[in-house]
Design a protein around this ligand. Structure first.
Ligand SMILES: Nc1ncnc2c1ncn2[C@@H]1O[C@H](COP(=O)(O)OP(=O)(O)O)[C@@H](O)[C@H]1O
Ligand SMILES: [Mg+2]
Length: 292
C-alpha cells in the first residue's frame, strides 16, 4: 500500500500553506511512495521547510525534526556513549550508558524524520547513515545492535546548496537522496498570494513589489550581480510592511521604497557596497515609475 494515494496527492496540495509549488510537491510524494528519501533544495525563503513539515504532518504520524548546525557530529545523528557513563557515581553510570542520536531515536520510536538545513553540518556528521540510506539498515555500534528501517519510514531533508555557511555535500551522500528543487514561483502565483495574505493592498504596490522581486531574481540568475533573489517570504514581508505603513499615513512610494531597502540588505552582500547599491538603484527606479 503506498503511503499516499492519488486522492492524498490532491489533498496535500489543497491544504498546502505553500502555494504555486505543486510540481515539486507531487514529485516528492511520488518518491516518498517509492520509499526514497527526498531532499528539497533551493534558495532560502521559498517554502522548503514548510513543505517538508506539511507532508510529514499530513501523514498523521508523529515525526521528529532536527536542524543541522556546524557543530553537529555523528554523536548527534547516530548516537554514542553518554558522557555520564564514565561517571564515578555507579548509579548514574548505570542509568546513562549511551545516548541515541536523532536518527536512531526516530527509528526506534517509529517516528518519521525531517533533517532541516542538512548542509549546515559537515558531511562527516552523516557518515553513519550510508548503510541506512543504501540498504535500510542502521548499525548502532554503541548498542551492539542493527536496526532495520521500517518499510513506511519517511526521511525528508532540506538544504540550501552553496549558501554562505553551508558545507558542500559529499557526492556519495548526495546520490542517496532524491534532490527536488523549490525555486521562485510564478508571478501570478505570488500576485494571488498577496491578494490573500494582504487583502486591500493597492494594486500599484503589488505591481511594484512583484517587479522588484523579478528584477532581483533576474540579476541573480543572469550574472550573479546579487547573491540571491528576493524570496516569496521577502515578497510577503514587503507587502505586510507596506500595508501597515500606508494605513498609518505613509505615502505609497515611500512605503514601497522603505520595504525594498529593508529586503535589499537581506539579498545583497551587505559587506559589498556595489551589491547594496545595485539593489537600491533597482528599488528607486521602480519607485519612480510608481509615481507617474
Ligand atoms: N509559495 C509560497 N506560498 C505561501 N507562502 C510562502 C511561499 N513561499 C514562502 N512562503 C512563506 O515563507 C515562509 C518561509 O518559508 P520556509 O519554509 O521557512 O522557507 P525555506 O525553508 O525554503 O527557507 C513561510 O512560512 C511562508 O509564509
Ligand atoms: Mg528552511
Amino acid at each position: 500500500m503506498p503511503l499516499f494515494t492519488r486522492d492524498d496527492y490532491s489533498k496535500v496540495l489543497e491544504t498546502s500553506p505553500i502555494k504555486g509549488q505543486d510540481e515539486p510537491i507531487l514529485k516528492a510524494l511520488r518518491y516518498i511512495n517509492l520509499g526514497y528519501p527526498v531532499m528539497f533544495y533551493g534558495p532560502a525563503g521559498n517554502g522548503k521547510s514548510t513543505v517538508a513539515s506539511h507532508i510529514l504532518s499530513y501523514l498523521g504520524k508523529e515525526w521528529l525534526k532536527i536542524e543541522a548546525t556546524e557543530g553537529m557530529t555523528e554523536y548527534h545523528v547516530i548516537g554514542g556513549f553518554h558522557p555520564l557513563s564514565m561517571s564515578a557515581d555507579a548509579e548514574r553510570s548505570k542509568e546513562f550508558l549511551y545516548k541515541d542520536g536523532v536518527v536512531s531515536r526516530a527509528m526506534l520510536e517509529g517516528k518519521n524524520l525531517l533533517i532541516d538545513e542538512f548542509t549546515r553540518a559537515p558531511s562527516s556528521a552523516y557518515s553513519g547513515l550510508f548503510l541506512l540510506l543504501s540498504f535500510g539498515e542502521l548499525p548502532l555500534e554503541y548498542r551492539q545492535q542493527v536496526i532495520k528501517k521500517p518499510p513506511d519510514w519517511v526521511l525528508i531533508a532540506t538544504a540550501n546548496f552553496g549558501d554562505d555557511g553551508t558545507f558542500k555535500l559529499s557526492s556519495a551522500l548526495k546520490r542517496r537522496f532524491i534532490p527536488i528543487g523549490i525555486g521562485y514561483p510564478k508571478r501570478y502565483t505570488e500576485e494571488k498570494l498577496l491578494k490573500e495574505v494582504v487583502p486591500g493592498l493597492p494594486e500599484e504596490i503589488v505591481r511594484a513589489i512583484l517587479d522588484f522581486a523579478e528584477g532581483t531574481r533576474e540579476m541573480w540568475r543572469k550574472d550573479k550581480t546579487l547573491p540571491s533573489g528576493l524570496s516569496t517570504d521577502g515578497v510577503i514581508k514587503m507587502a505586510r510592511y507596506c500595508h501597515l505603513s500606508i494605513q498609518e499615513g505613509t505615502d505609497k512610494q515611500t512605503a514601497f521604497t522603505d520595504s525594498a531597502l529593508h529586503q535589499g540588505v537581506i539579498i545583497a552582500d551587505e559587506t559589498d557596497y556595489l551589491s547594496l547599491q545595485t539593489v537600491q538603484e533597482l528599488a528607486l527606479t521602480i519607485a519612480k515609475k510608481m509615481g507617474r
